[in-house]
Design a protein around this ligand. Structure first.
Ligand SMILES: Cc1ncc(C[n+]2csc(CCOP(=O)(O)OP(=O)(O)O)c2C)c(N)n1
Ligand SMILES: [Mg+2]
Length: 326
């Protein structure tokens, strides 16, 4: 299904916002104004924006950790002021300032990262089962190529397919997991080939093209809501910088090739989307300038909100209330 101009304009706006949010986080970690890590999303924000902008309010969203889910936050309409307050240990953080990049935003059914890559595969089957029983909702689970070596990935795909669960397995394949390259980790370049082994519909798309990602996820969502089961969407993307700020940018034990990284920059999703919205007269240059101005203003308001919020000092009782013991 081709996107309408309004949908394209919304995707473009969310992409520019997400890109500004990522740059805000980079600035802040360089200034020592973030708690914990930052895993830069530079040049790779289109996948999350495209995957999340047209989800339904009831849908469960599990974002990828790259850029700490900011592309998904932009698409989902998350209050990024509360997201930044979370990353700065403030009272108004979306998890009370206690989680840093393992944030969640339950009010919007966004359940976030954990320290364990691939932790989500089994819960996703449960969310998928609950969604099937309730109807009119599905699950979008995003993760990277690096998580598909986990045994849980295979259990989840098997159950999802057997029970026709309304799940989109959305893989951001940037060909890297810290210092390992995709060829170190997988015998085949397409992660989606694993899903085909379970008979699951699987597509490979350009994750740098925010419009292509959205079209694909809309179709996969309709497939899921029609009771036809899961789809595997593999968005080919890239990693322009180091895995996380402060870690050397290596492939195996060697610095990544500078010329290769320059080549990757030509696939910047903002450049690609801008060319297209202008060529197809979705937006004028004046409207684009306005979107940039609003994104800058939004970032300023987000930073002020987080900076003004008091430091979280939870009592022992409050801390224990957040601990689950099985
Ligand atoms: C179970 C487990 N193993 C290893 C790690 C260390 N680790 C953190 S991020 C990461 C790479 C993830 O790669 P990918 O899923 O492709 O996402 P990307 O960072 O490339 O976007 C690894 C191995 C971890 N957090 N959890
Ligand atoms: Mg990866």
């Amino acid at each position: 299904m081709a996107l309408g101009k309004e949908q394209m304009a919304l995707l473009y706006r969310n992409l520019i916002r997400a890109d500004h949010f990522d740059k805000m986080m980079m600035n802040r970690i360089m200034q020592g104004k973030l708690i914990g890590f930052y895993h830069p999303g530079d040049g790779a924000m289109a996948a999350g924006v495209g995957a999340s902008t047209f989800l339904g309010d009831n849908d469960i969203l599990n974002p990828h950790h790259r850029a700490h889910g900011l592309g998904y936050a932009a698409g989902r309409g998350i209050d990024v002021g509360r997201y930044l307050a979370e990353h700065t240990g403030k009272v108004d953080g979306c998890c009370g300032g206690r989680s840093s990049f393992h944030w969640s935003f339950p009010e919007k059914k966004l359940y976030g990262a954990s320290g364990f890559i691939g932790w989500h595969f089994c819960p996703v089957v449960g969310w998928g089962w609950a969604s099937k029983r309730k109807g009119n909702q599905m699950v979008l689970m995003a993760s990277g190529d690096g998580s598909y070596g986990q045994g849980g990935a295979h259990e989840a795909m098997l159950f999802a397919m057997n029970w026709k669960l309304p799940i989109v397995f959305f893989c951001e394949n940037n060909g890297m997991a810290i210092h390992s390259t995709i060829s170190d980790m997988h015998p085949m370049p397409d992660i989606s080939s694993l899903a085909q082994g379970y008979g699951m519909p699987a597509v490979v798309i350009d994750g740098q093209d925010v419009f292509a990602v959205a079209e694909t996820v809309i179709a996969a969502r309709e497939h899921a809501l029609a009771g036809k089961g899961p789809t595997f969407v593999e968005a080919k993307t890239l990693r322009l910088r180091e895995h996380d700020v402060g870690t050397p940018d290596l492939a195996r034990a060697e610095p990544r090739d500078a010329q290769y990284l320059e080549e990757l920059k030509k696939r910047d999703p903002v450049v690609l989307a801008t060319t297209r919205v202008l060529a197809e007269k979705v937006l004028t240059q004046k409207q684009i300038d306005e979107i940039y101005k609003e994104a800058k203003e939004e970032v300023a308001a987000i930073e002020k909100f987080a900076d003004d919020s008091p430091i979280a000092q939870p009592s022992i009782e409050e801390l224990l209330a957040g601990v689950y013991v099985a």
